[in-house]
Design a protein around this ligand. Structure first.
Ligand code: ZN
Length: 63
């Protein structure tokens, strides 16, 4: 089955600068190598924190 997104689908946007991104772009989902690099830098920087590490106290809770 060939499924294409509808023509009126909102364009993907670069999560760094918010510019529309061509889904075929090799830098997708970023608009450019620069933004992709910036995103990687954020991860390396620890700016993106998903959750705090599990501590022993958490495991010890409850009787
Ligand atoms: Zn961008």
């Amino acid at each position: 089955m060939n499924r294409h997104p509808p023509d009126n689908a909102p364009p993907a946007r670069c999560r760094i600068c918010g510019k529309p991104v061509d889904p075929d772009a090799k830098t997708f989902p970023f608009c450019s190598d620069r933004c992709r690099t910036m995103d990687l830098a954020k991860w390396a920087d620890g700016s993106y924190t998903i959750s705090r590490p599990i501590e022993e106290a958490d495991l010890d809770e409850g009787e």
